[in-house]
Structures are given as C-alpha cells and as structure tokens.
Design a protein around this ligand. Sequence first.
Ligand SMILES: [Zn+2]
Ligand SMILES: [Zn+2]
Length: 165
Amino acid sequence: MKLDLHELIASPGGSVGFSFELDPEGLDFEGVLAYRSPITVKGSVENHAGLLTLRALIEADLLCQCARCLKEFPMRLRKEAAAYLTEELEDEDNEDYYLLEDGRADLTEIARDALILNFEPRLLCRPDCKGLCSKCGKDLNEGPCGCVEDLDPRMAALRQLLEKE
Ligand SMILES: [Zn+2]
Ligand SMILES: [Zn+2]
C-alpha cells in the first residue's frame, strides 16, 4: 500500500486518512499459529508545519500457543505504529523516519516494521500462567500435580525415609 502525499505536503495543517489490509505473508511470529482475521491497518498522516506524522492502529485476531503451558488461545492483536515521513533522510539510522519515494509513503513497510519491532517475544495465555510440570507434564494451572521437586538431594533422601514409614 503506497499513499500519495503530494497534496498533503502542500497543505500544512491537513491530514489524510488511510485503511488497508496487511498481507500476513512472512509475518511468522513465535507462538502465533494462525491469523483468524485480516490484519487491518487504520490511521492517518498529518502535516504539522511541514513535518509529516503518521499514526496507525494495527489489529487482527490471532490463534496463539502459550509459551509455558502450550495451550492454544485466541488473542486480539492491537499495535500502534508511529512514524515521521520525510522527503530527505538526514539520519539514516533513525528508525522513526521513513523516506518518501516520489511523494508516496510505503505504508506496508511501516506497518510491518511496527509489528516486527513491537511483537511480544513470548506469548502467554495469561500473565501468571504456571506452565507444565517438567516431570509429568501436567498443566499446573489446573492444580498441583503431586510431583515433588528433588532440587536438594538431602531433602530427597529425607523424603525417601519419610515415605518408607
Ligand atoms: Zn499458558
Ligand atoms: Zn508433575
């Protein structure tokens, strides 16, 4: 999606809205099993005294897998994107600035970058997910499994003695 900003560049104080769907091709995030809806990108570019500022909201319904308990769960993706658009790039390393090509902004690139930069490295079904027992594999969110952690060999020996009685 390329957005033509010729008119906006010539009208300080103005703004241009946009709305499009992002191709999920190549957006393979750890823990995301499937996109259950199109990835929608909605926002606007405003001309603040010659500075072109883009703001957008990226949304989609995802099917995810919890990094701890491996359960599948639905998630509503909501990420904001913000960028400055410029016709001349002075500082190549500034990630917030995007170069216009022939007065047009590459919204696809900006939205993809925003997702890649802001995506959670580990998706959890809930913040306090207890995960699976490393011994028996039980989902500890459903309750304790009865396994005893033998972290300390002295405790393990003591437990063996107690269990014999
Ligand atoms: Zn979980
Ligand atoms: Zn267990």
